[in-house]
Design a protein around this ligand. Structure first.
Ligand code: URA
Ligand code: SF4
Length: 211
């Protein structure tokens, strides 16, 4: 492990430790276990869901229920496994009865997500569902923009349907499968771009010809 990876791992551990005892919003009072998220600090792909469900709240781990099983299938379509990616949520504690997270809960929890993104510095962020999408695409409709990458500095944000929604609606299921199938090409492109920059010794560019 490089020094940078060691530092990133230490930051992720610190965030996780804080999240597990976090009192910063109402969700702290009803959670069983907080769910900080998991994956390697050098993950090139980060996935951001909505919030823990019942199984996640019991186990303290993200996407371990039915939506999680489907997510594993989607990752396989992209040639990825759970060990390759960092998975977390917009809120780290389960909203009671799986209600939508509230704006003040999302705001209170965003400091943790900010620190996770900064530590991992992924090439690609996949947003799953509308709450993580809203962070980069405020006011957008997922039905209009799913699968269309947007550049944020040197990384790509790819909005996708939430696997829990897509699992039970065949039209969305086809769409999310197609969107995951696009990931290898996007990753290869961004890697090529980075290699070219490193060779030229240039700072990161803001444009990529492909988009
Ligand atoms: N749905 C989410 O958004 N996140 C999880 O961790 C599980 C289900
Ligand atoms: Fe803290 Fe986030 Fe859990 Fe709220 S949801 S208690 S801000 S970790």
């Amino acid at each position: 492990m490089t020094d940078a990876q060691q530092d990133a791992t230490a930051i992720l551990d610190e965030v996780a430790a804080e999240v597990r005892v976090c009192p910063k919003c109402e969700l702290a009072r009803t959670r069983t276990k907080a769910v900080p998220g998991e994956g390697p600090a050098d993950a090139r792909v980060m996935l951001i869901g909505e919030g823990p469900g019942w199984h996640e709240d019991q186990q303290g781990r993200p996407f371990v229920g039915n939506a999680g099983k489907f997510l594993n299938e989607l990752l396989a379509i992209a040639g990825l496994s759970r060990a390759d990616v960092f998975i977390t949520n917009v809120v780290k504690c389960r909203p009671p009865g799986n209600r939508d997270p509230l704006p003040d809960e999302i705001a209170a929890c965003s400091v943790y997500l900010d620190r996770q993104i900064a530590a991992i510095d992924p090439d690609v962020i996949v947003t799953l569902g509308r709450f993580s999408m809203a962070r980069w695409f405020p006011g957008e409709r997922i039905s209009r923009i799913h699968g269309q990458p947007k550049r944020d500095g040197r990384r790509l944000i790819v909005p996708m349907y939430h696997p829990a929604a897509a699992l039970h609606q065949s039209a969305l299921r086809g769409a999310i499968e197609e969107d995951f199938a696009k990931l290898p090409k996007l990753l290869a492109e961004i890697e090529r771009e980075r290699d070219a920059e490193a060779e030229r010794g240039e700072p990161p560019t803001q444009q990529m010809s492909m988009f």
